[in-house]
Design a protein. Structure first.
Length: 597
């Protein structure tokens, strides 16, 4: 979808629904730091909509407010600023919006609108009600030069030197619809520095989260430079940590083009404002929470008119930053001072182990719409999705960072590491997919692979990024959707409960074998089960209605194929149903449906 961005104070512009529209304003005055000292907005009125839409500084004297139409008809806007500036305040304009045709909607599902929670709070859908089952990939370094965008678009098969174009088209053919990225990664120049640096007062702050040679110590600039300006405010480390109160708009203009490109292919970017290892220096040497809230709002305003999911913090490691609940102060400040993203963008965050555990319930964490687990990768961690499923009011949930294919962890070898693209590696990826889903992650899942999240190039890497894109596990992610939607949207009626299956846990807690995961409707007329490899047999279901007969189908998560149906028997007077043996010792899915006798 082309953004067809229109600029200026125009009498009338013709747009389509959910099409990004830029209102560009030019300040008359010069400001020392317009990012932190000037606010700009438009008051937008349209069919069923009335609200204040915040803008952002875009370099020089240019300010931009990005808007869109959520319904067909005529829309009008009038601008304002603080401090009042004759070039920014009192401008007005209008645009009209019409609906896409069915053929145009089929070309790009993002034309259906922002992704939102389903009315039952269990799944995701586009604004027009079309189901959206999230299948994502982790491209944290996408803003950097490591994902080069080449226009005009001429994608090629994935190979050394692959471009963003090549990689995006490859994943599109595999059924992915979401790309997870970090807007600023990292925001500082820590190349060659140790992980922690001692200050003059004897305290320590983080300068990198791993030793040089790993992702955090790489050069992650793009053609516009780095996201923040230097020198910084940390005494003695002015060349390491930038001044996070001074934005570099050129960097974000490069990111804009990449986000627009992903949208044009039907991807929904999951954009996280910053990684957690900024937290120690940000809180200590800047005006916390004010400074961090300002930056988060900048990211939200910049991408509020893209079809996206937004996040104020990438909190993948609680050991390497400030406490998770300390982020609630700036994140709550954003939604309470400036309002939630005006066009319905969901807010989420990558956590460790879960958004509930890290940020608390709705009384503490007032900004969150979409729950996640992440970075505790073994099957014992999927329980956190069940815990969040049982919270009220209900909110959809995903596994945002499960087991990475080929997980290696330099300097701290992963004890369950398997050879990349081996059968063991593939099975561990599938455990993260199916175990998370049946534990309550009905929103979907974000996949990851070692070379991709590291953004490794050929000369740096254990696994170059382009090779990781060709691992078979990436092509198997789509099969989760086939499993979930075997009966359409009925999966949202399921209640996760692994204890319906006996025995359910016959392997090690930190592992990927021997466990079973199950979810069933309250009436127990539909049951979905996932069997990890190995595990004791026989296996039975319990708490069924005496005499209820079931028909079963095995699901092969390697091929995404359902087997032939079979008579699975009837529950006895004790409510138990002994299940047939799996086709073999590998992992399998099973669907059971009650049938009338």
């Amino acid at each position: 979808m082309s953004n067809d961005d229109q600029k200026g104070d125009l009498a009338m512009t013709d747009l389509k629904l959910w099409q990004k529209h830029e209102i560009v304003l030019t300040a008359e005055c010069e400001y020392d730091n317009p990012y932190s000292k000037v606010g700009v907005w438009v008051d937008l009125e349209g069919p069923g909509f009335s609200g204040r839409i915040r803008g952002f500084w875009n370099g020089g004297r240019e300010f931009v407010v990005r808007v869109l139409a959520t319904a067909p008809g005529k829309w009008r806007w009038r601008s304002g600023s603080a401090p009042e500036d004759a070039g920014l305040s009192g401008k007005s304009g209008a645009f009209s919006a019409s609906a896409w045709s069915e053929a145009e909607l089929a070309e790009n599902p993002n034309r259906r609108g922002m992704v939102q929670a389903t009315p039952d709070g269990r799944g995701l859908q586009y604004a027009d009600g079309t189901p959206f089952f999230l299948l994502g990939d982790t491209w944290w370094a996408l803003p950097s030069f490591r994902f080069p965008l080449r226009m005009p678009d001429n994608p090629k098969p994935v190979a050394p030197g692959a471009t963003l174009n090549d990689l995006a088209h490859h994943r599109r053919t595999q059924g992915f619809n979401c790309i997870a990225i970090l807007a600023a990664q990292p925001g500082w120049a820590n190349d060659g520095h140790p992980p922690r640096i001692q200050m003059e007062d004897g305290t320590w702050i983080r300068a990198a989260w791993r030793q040089p040679g790993t992702q955090s110590a790489k050069d992650m600039h793009n053609d516009g430079g780095r996201p923040f300006e230097f020198p910084g405010k940390v005494p003695g480390l002015e060349d390491v940590f930038p001044d996070v109160d001074r934005i570099n708009p050129k960097y974000f203009k490069v990111l804009d083009a990449k986000v627009d490109y992903l949208n044009s292919l039907g991807f929904v970017p999951f954009i996280e404002a910053a990684r957690r290892d900024t937290g120690e220096a940000w809180r200590r040497f800047h005006d916390w929470p004010e400074s961090y809230a300002r930056y988060v709002q900048y990211i939200f305003a910049r991408y509020q008119a893209n079809i996206a999911i937004l996040s104020p913090i990438h909190y993948d490691s609680y050991q390497q930053t400030i406490p998770g609940r300390d982020y609630n102060a700036p994140c709550n400040m954003v939604v309470e001072r400036w309002g939630r993203p005006p066009f319905g963008t969901l807010l989420s965050a990558n956590p460790n182990p879960s958004t509930l555990a890290n940020f608390g319930g709705p009384n503490e964490c007032r900004w969150l719409d979409l729950h996640q687990i992440g970075n505790m990768r073994e099957h014992h961690s999927y329980w956190h999705l069940t815990e969040m499923f049982n919270q009220h009011p209900p909110k959809p949930a995903i596994n945002g960072e499960p087991y990475y294919a080929g997980l290696h962890q330099l300097g701290d070898p992963y004890p369950l590491r398997a050879e990349p693209d081996s059968e063991t590696d593939l099975a561990q990826v599938r455990s993260g997919l199916y175990g998370s889903f049946l534990s309550g992650g009905f929103g979907g899942v974000i996949y990851g692979a070692e070379g991709i999240w590291q953004a490794d190039t050929e000369d740096e890497a254990l696994y170059p990024m382009w090779k990781s894109f060709l691992w078979r596990s990436g092509d198997q992610v789509r099969h989760l959707k086939t499993f979930a939607e075997a009966r359409g949207s009925r999966y949202r009626e399921l209640v996760p409960d692994a204890n319906l299956v006996v025995p359910s846990q016959t392997g090690q807690a930190i592992g990927y074998t021997g466990w079973r995961f199950a979810a069933a409707t309250p009436e127990r007329d539909l049951v979905l089960i996932y069997f990890e490899p190995e595990g004791e047999e026989p296996v039975y279901l319990r708490s069924l209605t005496d005499g209820t007969a079931f028909r079963g189908q095995w699901f092969d998560p390697r091929s995404g194929k359902w087997g032939d149906g079979f008579e699975a028997g009837a529950a006895g007077r004790d409510g138990k149903l002994v299940l047939p043996s799996r086709p073999d010792h590998r992992d399998w899915g099973l669907m059971l449906e009650a049938v009338a006798l």
